[in-house]
Design a binder for this molecule. Sequence first.
Ligand SMILES: Nc1ncnc2c1ncn2[C@@H]1O[C@H](COP(=O)(O)OP(=O)(O)OP(=O)(O)O)[C@@H](O)[C@H]1O
Ligand SMILES: [Mg+2]
Length: 256
Amino acid sequence: MIEVQELTRVFGELTAVDAISFTVNPGEMYGLLGPNGSGKSTTMRMILGLLKPTSGTAIVLGHDIRTDSVAAKRVMGYVPEEPNLPDSLTGWEYINYVADIWRIPRGSGRDKEIEELLQLLDIYDASNDLISTYSKGMSRKTSLVAALIHKPRILILDEVQAGIDPKGAATIKEILNGLRSRGATILLSTHVLEIAERMCDRIGIIDHGKLIAEGTMDSLRQQAKGLSSLEDIFLSLTGGPDMQQIARFLEEVGGE
Ligand SMILES: Nc1ncnc2c1ncn2[C@@H]1O[C@H](COP(=O)(O)OP(=O)(O)OP(=O)(O)O)[C@@H](O)[C@H]1O
Ligand SMILES: [Mg+2]
């Protein structure tokens, strides 16, 4: 369970996250949606203890991130928006390095588990290549394996599906569903509304650092009366494209 309580982060003049509160229940998959720069990654990084809140806090499986951050970190797995993995290691070396940090006993059991995950995500064959040679999708998949290796009860995934091929995306979805049914609590962000709609039990929509709507798809539909698709609900809440400005631009660009 993750309880986010009035979490706030100020950068200079900007309040990037503005007194956000929400709860992700045990065994729930919660999707954070919002425009670029709305505060999703900043919220996640505060929950993870990677960024200090200006005020407010989050309680992760009973551990307050402000006072009990080591215990909180121990129960969480994280796939960042930009994985930034060490270029000079192979995928296999990196995952084993992370497994060592978590003090997972070395041996055939651990090797087998890592191999299975790499196989599932179709990156086993590349696991002895240097990470510097990996594509974006391969790095993200490697980062996901590393995040799962200590069997965290809480998973925080920042656009984990971005740049992943369709088979990989379907595999990740099945892995996450499986983990959820075994009791994992999952907070993810995505710009792919279809992913949010299909995978998440509840969705929170964030704009300018504030949670502006929250609920199951059905309750969001009721909140945005008459709108049925998540895309329409999202655009009605956060603003759609400026068609007049687009038309002006296209006129200026000209053409035949
Ligand atoms: N370290 C930082 N210093 C200053 N401003 C920051 C910092 N990190 C984030 N911001 C600002 O905070 C706001 C929220 O950023 P954040 O990365 O949380 O957005 P996001 O919702 O994850 O966006 P995206 O969908 O593009 O990933 C943005 O305006 C961003 O410029
Ligand atoms: Mg982000």
